[in-house]
Design a binder for this molecule. Structure first.
Ligand SMILES: C[S@@+](CC[C@H](N)C(=O)[O-])C[C@H]1O[C@@H](n2cnc3c(N)ncnc32)[C@H](O)[C@@H]1O
Length: 247
Protein backbone atom coordinates (compact mmCIF):
# COMPACT_ATOMS: atom_id res chain seq x y z
CA UNK A 1 0.00 0.00 0.00
CA UNK A 2 1.60 3.28 -1.11
CA UNK A 3 1.52 6.02 1.49
CA UNK A 4 0.41 9.48 0.39
CA UNK A 5 1.63 11.48 3.37
CA UNK A 6 1.85 14.80 1.56
CA UNK A 7 -1.93 14.84 1.06
CA UNK A 8 -2.49 14.74 4.83
CA UNK A 9 -3.53 18.21 5.99
CA UNK A 10 -1.22 18.51 8.99
CA UNK A 11 1.88 17.12 7.30
CA UNK A 12 1.30 19.20 4.18
CA UNK A 13 0.92 22.38 6.28
CA UNK A 14 4.29 21.72 7.95
CA UNK A 15 5.97 20.89 4.64
CA UNK A 16 4.64 24.18 3.23
CA UNK A 17 6.47 26.04 5.97
CA UNK A 18 9.88 24.64 5.02
CA UNK A 19 12.34 27.04 3.51
CA UNK A 20 12.67 24.92 0.37
CA UNK A 21 8.89 24.98 -0.08
CA UNK A 22 8.70 28.75 0.27
CA UNK A 23 11.81 29.66 -1.68
CA UNK A 24 12.46 26.82 -4.14
CA UNK A 25 15.71 25.42 -5.42
CA UNK A 26 18.02 28.12 -4.05
CA UNK A 27 16.86 27.23 -0.52
CA UNK A 28 17.61 23.51 -0.96
CA UNK A 29 20.95 22.53 0.63
CA UNK A 30 21.78 20.00 -2.10
CA UNK A 31 20.74 22.12 -5.09
CA UNK A 32 24.18 23.53 -5.92
CA UNK A 33 25.52 19.95 -6.19
CA UNK A 34 22.47 18.46 -7.95
CA UNK A 35 22.50 21.24 -10.52
CA UNK A 36 26.02 20.21 -11.58
CA UNK A 37 24.78 16.69 -12.41
CA UNK A 38 21.88 17.81 -14.60
CA UNK A 39 22.34 17.48 -18.36
CA UNK A 40 21.82 20.14 -21.00
CA UNK A 41 18.01 20.28 -21.23
CA UNK A 42 17.83 22.09 -24.60
CA UNK A 43 15.32 20.32 -26.87
CA UNK A 44 14.84 17.47 -24.38
CA UNK A 45 11.75 15.60 -23.17
CA UNK A 46 11.89 15.24 -19.40
CA UNK A 47 10.07 13.18 -16.78
CA UNK A 48 10.17 14.14 -13.09
CA UNK A 49 9.19 11.37 -10.63
CA UNK A 50 7.77 12.76 -7.38
CA UNK A 51 7.97 16.35 -8.59
CA UNK A 52 6.30 17.95 -5.55
CA UNK A 53 5.97 21.71 -6.08
CA UNK A 54 7.51 21.34 -9.55
CA UNK A 55 10.64 23.43 -8.98
CA UNK A 56 12.83 21.09 -11.02
CA UNK A 57 10.23 20.91 -13.82
CA UNK A 58 10.26 24.65 -14.15
CA UNK A 59 14.04 24.70 -14.11
CA UNK A 60 14.21 22.09 -16.92
CA UNK A 61 11.74 24.10 -19.04
CA UNK A 62 13.64 27.33 -18.42
CA UNK A 63 16.83 25.56 -19.53
CA UNK A 64 15.23 24.72 -22.87
CA UNK A 65 13.41 21.40 -22.38
CA UNK A 66 10.61 21.14 -24.97
CA UNK A 67 8.37 18.99 -22.77
CA UNK A 68 8.43 18.27 -19.05
CA UNK A 69 6.02 15.90 -17.31
CA UNK A 70 5.98 16.29 -13.53
CA UNK A 71 4.33 13.39 -11.71
CA UNK A 72 3.44 13.00 -8.07
CA UNK A 73 1.18 10.89 -5.89
CA UNK A 74 -0.07 13.96 -4.00
CA UNK A 75 -2.84 16.20 -5.35
CA UNK A 76 -1.94 18.88 -2.82
CA UNK A 77 1.67 19.01 -3.99
CA UNK A 78 0.51 19.20 -7.60
CA UNK A 79 -1.88 22.05 -6.79
CA UNK A 80 1.15 23.99 -5.58
CA UNK A 81 3.10 22.95 -8.69
CA UNK A 82 0.34 24.22 -10.95
CA UNK A 83 0.11 27.49 -9.03
CA UNK A 84 3.83 28.19 -8.78
CA UNK A 85 5.58 26.33 -11.56
CA UNK A 86 3.26 25.83 -14.52
CA UNK A 87 5.25 27.32 -17.40
CA UNK A 88 4.95 26.58 -21.15
CA UNK A 89 6.03 23.03 -21.95
CA UNK A 90 5.33 21.71 -18.44
CA UNK A 91 2.46 19.38 -17.54
CA UNK A 92 1.60 17.73 -14.23
CA UNK A 93 0.02 14.33 -13.66
CA UNK A 94 -1.15 12.74 -10.43
CA UNK A 95 0.08 9.16 -10.13
CA UNK A 96 2.27 6.96 -7.98
CA UNK A 97 5.51 6.56 -9.88
CA UNK A 98 5.28 2.78 -9.50
CA UNK A 99 2.04 2.86 -11.56
CA UNK A 100 3.29 4.99 -14.44
CA UNK A 101 3.73 3.55 -17.87
CA UNK A 102 4.98 5.08 -21.12
CA UNK A 103 5.99 3.76 -24.52
CA UNK A 104 9.66 2.81 -24.84
CA UNK A 105 12.08 5.70 -25.48
CA UNK A 106 9.59 8.44 -24.52
CA UNK A 107 12.07 10.64 -22.63
CA UNK A 108 15.61 12.01 -22.94
CA UNK A 109 15.98 12.71 -19.23
CA UNK A 110 14.36 11.31 -16.08
CA UNK A 111 14.87 13.19 -12.84
CA UNK A 112 13.72 12.52 -9.32
CA UNK A 113 14.46 14.67 -6.31
CA UNK A 114 14.10 13.20 -2.82
CA UNK A 115 11.24 10.86 -3.70
CA UNK A 116 12.77 7.43 -4.43
CA UNK A 117 13.09 6.55 -0.73
CA UNK A 118 9.28 6.46 -0.67
CA UNK A 119 9.30 3.57 -3.16
CA UNK A 120 9.40 0.03 -1.80
CA UNK A 121 10.58 -1.81 -4.91
CA UNK A 122 13.43 0.02 -6.59
CA UNK A 123 14.40 -2.54 -9.24
CA UNK A 124 11.09 -2.71 -11.17
CA UNK A 125 10.92 1.09 -11.27
CA UNK A 126 14.48 1.41 -12.58
CA UNK A 127 13.77 -1.28 -15.20
CA UNK A 128 10.84 0.85 -16.41
CA UNK A 129 12.90 4.05 -16.38
CA UNK A 130 15.50 2.27 -18.53
CA UNK A 131 12.77 1.41 -21.06
CA UNK A 132 11.29 4.93 -21.07
CA UNK A 133 14.63 6.55 -21.77
CA UNK A 134 16.07 6.93 -25.24
CA UNK A 135 19.54 5.47 -25.83
CA UNK A 136 22.09 7.75 -24.14
CA UNK A 137 19.23 9.20 -22.10
CA UNK A 138 20.06 10.27 -18.57
CA UNK A 139 18.69 9.51 -15.13
CA UNK A 140 19.57 11.98 -12.37
CA UNK A 141 18.23 11.53 -8.88
CA UNK A 142 18.65 12.44 -5.25
CA UNK A 143 17.45 10.18 -2.45
CA UNK A 144 17.99 10.04 1.26
CA UNK A 145 21.38 8.47 1.90
CA UNK A 146 21.45 4.86 3.16
CA UNK A 147 23.37 6.04 6.23
CA UNK A 148 20.45 8.35 6.97
CA UNK A 149 17.69 5.78 6.35
CA UNK A 150 19.32 2.67 7.91
CA UNK A 151 18.34 2.94 11.55
CA UNK A 152 14.94 4.44 10.96
CA UNK A 153 14.34 7.26 13.42
CA UNK A 154 16.44 9.72 11.41
CA UNK A 155 17.35 11.54 14.60
CA UNK A 156 20.59 12.02 16.54
CA UNK A 157 21.49 10.47 19.85
CA UNK A 158 21.58 13.17 22.50
CA UNK A 159 23.50 13.63 25.75
CA UNK A 160 21.46 14.34 28.92
CA UNK A 161 22.20 18.05 28.41
CA UNK A 162 20.55 17.88 24.98
CA UNK A 163 23.76 18.18 22.97
CA UNK A 164 24.24 15.85 20.01
CA UNK A 165 26.36 12.74 20.61
CA UNK A 166 26.22 10.91 17.28
CA UNK A 167 23.94 9.68 14.51
CA UNK A 168 22.80 6.06 14.80
CA UNK A 169 23.53 3.66 11.92
CA UNK A 170 22.19 0.16 12.43
CA UNK A 171 20.23 -2.52 10.54
CA UNK A 172 22.17 -1.36 7.47
CA UNK A 173 21.82 -4.62 5.53
CA UNK A 174 18.16 -5.09 6.46
CA UNK A 175 16.40 -3.36 3.58
CA UNK A 176 12.77 -2.33 3.79
CA UNK A 177 10.29 -0.05 5.50
CA UNK A 178 11.24 2.31 8.31
CA UNK A 179 8.93 4.42 10.43
CA UNK A 180 10.76 7.72 10.29
CA UNK A 181 9.83 10.94 12.01
CA UNK A 182 9.82 13.85 9.58
CA UNK A 183 8.30 17.21 10.49
CA UNK A 184 7.24 15.61 13.78
CA UNK A 185 5.00 13.16 11.91
CA UNK A 186 5.40 9.44 11.35
CA UNK A 187 6.30 8.76 7.74
CA UNK A 188 7.10 5.45 6.02
CA UNK A 189 10.35 5.50 4.10
CA UNK A 190 12.29 2.64 2.54
CA UNK A 191 15.90 1.88 3.34
CA UNK A 192 18.15 0.21 0.78
CA UNK A 193 21.89 -0.13 0.72
CA UNK A 194 24.26 1.88 -1.42
CA UNK A 195 25.00 -1.36 -3.28
CA UNK A 196 21.33 -1.76 -4.17
CA UNK A 197 21.03 1.81 -5.45
CA UNK A 198 24.10 1.54 -7.66
CA UNK A 199 24.02 -2.13 -8.70
CA UNK A 200 20.37 -1.81 -9.76
CA UNK A 201 21.37 0.91 -12.18
CA UNK A 202 24.27 -1.15 -13.55
CA UNK A 203 22.09 -4.23 -13.94
CA UNK A 204 19.55 -2.24 -15.94
CA UNK A 205 21.98 -1.03 -18.56
CA UNK A 206 23.06 2.29 -17.06
CA UNK A 207 26.60 3.59 -16.89
CA UNK A 208 27.26 5.58 -13.74
CA UNK A 209 28.37 9.14 -14.38
CA UNK A 210 28.53 10.71 -10.94
CA UNK A 211 27.89 9.71 -7.33
CA UNK A 212 27.85 12.59 -4.84
CA UNK A 213 27.27 12.81 -1.09
CA UNK A 214 26.54 16.51 -0.96
CA UNK A 215 27.32 18.93 1.82
CA UNK A 216 25.33 22.15 1.88
CA UNK A 217 27.13 25.29 0.72
CA UNK A 218 29.12 27.21 3.34
CA UNK A 219 26.67 30.09 3.00
CA UNK A 220 24.00 27.91 4.70
CA UNK A 221 26.17 26.90 7.67
CA UNK A 222 24.60 29.40 10.06
CA UNK A 223 21.00 28.51 9.23
CA UNK A 224 19.08 26.73 12.03
CA UNK A 225 19.89 23.01 12.17
CA UNK A 226 22.38 23.19 9.27
CA UNK A 227 25.63 22.86 11.24
CA UNK A 228 24.96 19.15 11.82
CA UNK A 229 24.77 18.46 8.09
CA UNK A 230 28.56 18.25 8.02
CA UNK A 231 28.54 15.31 10.46
CA UNK A 232 26.86 12.59 8.38
CA UNK A 233 25.57 12.22 4.83
CA UNK A 234 21.86 12.86 4.46
CA UNK A 235 21.55 12.63 0.70
CA UNK A 236 22.85 10.62 -2.18
CA UNK A 237 23.00 12.13 -5.67
CA UNK A 238 23.48 9.94 -8.73
CA UNK A 239 23.61 10.55 -12.45
CA UNK A 240 23.64 7.67 -14.91
CA UNK A 241 23.36 7.23 -18.65
CA UNK A 242 21.45 4.54 -20.51
CA UNK A 243 24.05 2.70 -22.53
CA UNK A 244 22.17 1.28 -25.50
CA UNK A 245 18.69 0.56 -26.89
CA UNK A 246 15.69 -0.45 -24.74
CA UNK A 247 15.87 -3.84 -23.11
C1 LIG B 1 10.42 15.51 -0.28
S1 LIG B 1 9.20 15.73 -1.50
C2 LIG B 1 10.20 16.22 -2.87
C3 LIG B 1 9.44 17.03 -3.90
C4 LIG B 1 10.27 17.56 -5.06
N1 LIG B 1 10.79 16.49 -5.88
C5 LIG B 1 11.38 18.44 -4.56
O1 LIG B 1 12.53 18.00 -4.52
O2 LIG B 1 11.09 19.59 -4.22
C6 LIG B 1 8.74 14.06 -1.92
C7 LIG B 1 7.64 13.98 -2.96
O3 LIG B 1 7.50 12.62 -3.38
C8 LIG B 1 6.12 12.36 -3.55
N2 LIG B 1 5.90 10.90 -3.49
C9 LIG B 1 6.00 10.09 -2.41
N3 LIG B 1 5.75 8.83 -2.76
C10 LIG B 1 5.49 8.84 -4.10
C11 LIG B 1 5.18 7.83 -5.05
N4 LIG B 1 5.08 6.55 -4.70
N5 LIG B 1 4.97 8.21 -6.33
C12 LIG B 1 5.06 9.51 -6.71
N6 LIG B 1 5.35 10.50 -5.85
C13 LIG B 1 5.58 10.17 -4.57
C14 LIG B 1 5.45 13.13 -2.43
O4 LIG B 1 4.07 13.32 -2.64
C15 LIG B 1 6.27 14.42 -2.45
O5 LIG B 1 5.71 15.37 -3.32
Amino acid sequence: MKENKYDEEKFFAKYSEMDRSRNGLQAAGEWSELQKLLPDFAGKKVLDLGCGYGWHCRYAAEQGAVYVLGTDISQKMLEEARTRNLVPGVEYQCAAMEDLDFPPESFDVVISSLALHYVEDFAPLIAKVARWLKPQGELVFSAEHPVFTAYGTQDWYYAPDGSILHFPVDRYFEEGARQAVFLEENVTKYHRTLTTYLETLLQNGFALQHVVEPQPPESMRDQPGMREEWRRPMMLLVSAQKKSSSQ
